[in-house]
Design a protein around this ligand. Structure first.
Ligand code: T1G
Length: 702
């Protein structure tokens, strides 16, 4: 038998079985593609083998090219000598037997086979666009020949995973096996059944045509999502080539379009984000082998905007969740808000009516603490004031099962102070959701001084089980996400004192790639919320830099969308922000009272004033040991604040500017503006050694 470390050939009677074994997900890492070709050639040369199966060991078929290999200059075989070409040209039929995932190059290899079968739970897709490239293994030419141009365009520009039953309906999969079938046995039987069928059904022999208008229509429909990215447009061009060129010419065109992307800034940034999102789950200073405790009965205390969104997050992922509030009217209002949120999704078409009913049925409003005593995890989401939260925690500690975890959704308050109101501080941690809680993917897990490893692993796992990306933060005012964001929130208002307008700042940030400008976001969240935080910080820190313009708007009752006016004015029933001359006048008068010299700003200076201030604070957070790594800060900015993913994250973007350039600019603003721009120690050290932010060695986590 042909043996290579990552691919082997076995025989079941007259059927050859090629098995990929490159854990954890059978990416096409070093030796895998060569191994497949080697085994295929041996199977074709073996007269006792009539047909061939290609499958994966472990948890998956093939999850695609080894993303770590991109941008390394790793040589790839020329067209005609790749697995996709050799499978396609095989004189004996090859059956792809899919379980787990067939993604990217995995699905492309399967499409180059003659038949495809799958277990029901398998998923297939071409997600390359999500890492800034396009299917470079023939996927843009074969998939349209199987599912048609329109479906191929949708699958390739979205990168979505398609469940096997849907893939079968689309024609990608020839047969979905019954639940519980043994994939290998079924594949061998299937191969034996089709072994003598000729001509071999090759996807490349099909043709596909399309109405030329669908490509422009697709370009228009993705413009809002694609923003400044190139990959989605190259994907469309490649599918267009499948409909207009002979197969081999289309393959060459695909390779050209792929070549334009592999080393693009967006591809490097998206690859970075992909791995950062996996790195963030690793808690290197906690004991290995501590398993998160499973939970089945969550409860939420507080049925406000956040509490309702948190309850929805549990229900969306199949958990029955209890929710309570201090009064019945508050609970009723909370349930009404939840029903309205789901109804809006149904109206938008993003949620089916029956699914809404199923989720609503999982949310159980309860009268009081006695009704949640059997819950095994609780998330407190009451008003963001310590003297409101402490009694709640004391009561929870008294009522809840001794092994229940007590988590708080606080966005900034001291976790240890809450833990100390209980007799179980080791079971207390922060689970900070971002608004709207059922939409934003970030869950910031905040570590108390006494939080046990089991509690922390459980809180991290809780996020993953409800579709979030969990990231660990140390217990500091604002934790990591909001603390690193705080200087950004100050600088944006200080810029107004110096001559900017909200619409000018918002345009810069939207052009940079944010879905909304920060002033428009403020109006959405409510300016009164920020004012409460500023008041708390001013009380705690006499040197706190006040923001008179922002305070003035709140004093005038301009809270944003909820009052019809904030930084912008709003027409009744319309969320479109309109620049407001009254705000411009307020800015002018406050700036005059403050005697701030006015200036005209470039877009670059606006962008750097906002983002560099946060880069500096992120360095302070790292040097204090309140975050594990700079890439964790990036994950928080991507999933908590909508930082444009194709720029990698705050610190990755700053590395693109260069640590020394960032330091020099901040040092210059330090001279001009004083202490709030004092460079952090870590930033200075990184600049002195020219060490990229993403290689910063933070202090031990505390
Ligand atoms: N390359 C390298 N490492 C990968 C990988 C890949 N394709 N996929 C996963 N890993 C690592 C991951 O970093 C993690 O490592 C571990 O495997 C488990 O992953 C020519 C050019 C398959 C749905 O984009 O979407 O093919 O943290 O935690 O949640 O046209 O991994 O353990 O050290 O995500 O079960 C196209 C990317 C590539 C698929 C499984 N393929 N992977 O999710 O596990 S480009 C993709 C995923 C391409 C061709 C083109 C997911 C998953 P560590 P995980 P999971």
């Amino acid at each position: 038998m042909s043996e290579t470390p990552v691919v082997r050939l076995e025989k079941d009677g007259d059927i050859g079985v090629i098995i990929v074994n490159y854990p954890p997900v059978n990416a096409l890492g070093p030796g895998v593609s060569d191994g497949i070709i080697d085994c295929l050639n041996k199977a074709n040369a073996d007269p006792s083998i009539k047909a061939i199966v290609l499958m994966g060991d472990g948890r998956s078929f093939i999850a695609g090219a080894d993303i770590r290999g991109f941008g390394t200059g790793r040589k790839r075989p020329p067209i005609g000598e790749r697995t996709y070409d050799v499978l396609d040209a095989s004189p004996k039929p090859v059956v792809a037997a899919i379980h787990g995932y067939a993604l990217g190059g995995g699905l492309e290899n399967a499409l180059a086979c003659h038949y495809r079968i799958a277990v029901p739970a398998a998923k297939v897709g071409l997600p390359e666009v999500l890492i800034g490239i396009l299917p470079g293994g023939g996927g843009t030419q074969r998939l349209p020949r199987v599912v048609g141009a329109q479906v191929a365009l949708e699958m390739i520009t979205s990168g979505r995973h398609v469940p096997a039953p849907e893939a079968a309906k689309l024609g990608i999969i020839n047969q979905v096996l019954p639940e519980g079938a043994n994939l290998r046995d079924a594949a061998v039987a299937y191969a034996r059944k089709i072994a003598d069928i000729r001509p071999l059904p090759r996807v490349r022999d099909k043709t596909v045509t399309a109405d030329p208008g669908i490509f422009d229509a697709m370009r228009k429909s993705i413009a809002r999502r694609a923003r400044n990215q190139k990959a989605p447009y190259n994907c469309i061009a490649a599918v267009e080539a499948a409909c207009t060129l002979p197969f081999d010419d289309g393959i060459r065109r695909e390779a050209e379009l792929f070549g334009e992307l592999e080393n693009s800034d967006e591809a490097k940034a998206l690859r970075y984000a992909f791995f950062a999102e996996r790195e963030v789950a690793k808690l290197p200073d906690l004991p290995v082998g501590v398993a998160p405790r499973d939970f089945t009965a969550p409860a939420v205390i507080g049925a406000g905007t956040m509490g309702g969104g948190i309850a929805m997050s549990f229900a969306d992922f199949g958990y029955d969740v209890k929710i309570m509030d201090a009064t019945q009217p508050a609970l009723d209002r909370g349930m009404e808000r939840i029903r309205n949120n789901y109804a809006t999704s149904v109206k938008r078409g993003s949620l089916a009516e029956d699914e809404m009913q199923r989720r609503l049925a999982r949310i159980h409003p309860v009268a009081g603490y006695d009704d949640i005593r059997d819950c095994d995890v609780v998330v407190e989401a009451v008003f963001e004031e310590m003297d409101v939260k402490k009694p709640v925690f004391a009561k929870l500690d008294e009522v809840m099962r001794p092994d229940a975890f007590l988590f708080t959704n606080s966005s900034a308050l001291d976790i240890d102070a809450l833990a100390d109101t209980t007799k179980r501080p080791e079971k207390v941690a922060g689970t900070h959701f971002f608004s709207p809680a059922n939409v934003m993917k970030l869950l910031e897990v905040v570590r108390g001084a006494k939080s046990s490893p089991e509690t922390l692993f459980t809180a991290m796992a809780l996020g993953r089980r409800i579709g979030k990306i969990s990231a660990m933060a140390g217990n500091t005012d604002g934790f990591v996400a909001n603390r690193s964001r705080a200087p950004f929130n100050s600088e944006m208002v200080i810029l107004l004192e110096e001559g900017c307008l909200p619409e000018q700042v918002d345009k810069v940030m939207v052009d940079f790639g944010y879905p909304m400008g920060p002033f428009a976001v403020g109006d959405l969240a409510g300016l009164d919320i920020g004012a409460a935080g500023r008041r708390r910080r001013a009380l705690a820190n006499p040197n706190y830099r006040k923001l008179p313009i922002a305070d003035k708007l709140v004093e005038m009752g301009r809270y944003g969308q909820k009052t019809g006016a904030g930084w912008y004015r709003y027409e009744k029933g319309d969320r479109t922000p309109h620049p407001d001359p009254e705000v411009a006048a307020i800015i002018k008068s406050v700036a005059a009272e403050m005697g701030v010299p006015q200036k005209v700003f470039t877009d670059t200076e606006i962008l750097q004033r906002l983002l560099f201030s946060s880069v500096n604070e992120a360095c302070r957070i790292l040097e204090e040991g309140k975050a594990y790594r700079a890439s964790d800060v990036d994950v928080m900015w991507l999933h908590g604040f909508g930082f444009p993913r194709y720029r990698g994250g705050l610190m990755f973007w700053a590395d693109g500017i260069g640590v020394r350039n960032v330091y020099n600019q901040i040092a210059s603003w330090h001279q001009q503006y004083g202490e709030r721009w004092a460079p952090s120690r870590l930033l200075r050290e990184l600049a002195e050694t020219n060490t990229p932010f993403r290689e910063a060695k933070p202090a031990p986590f505390v």
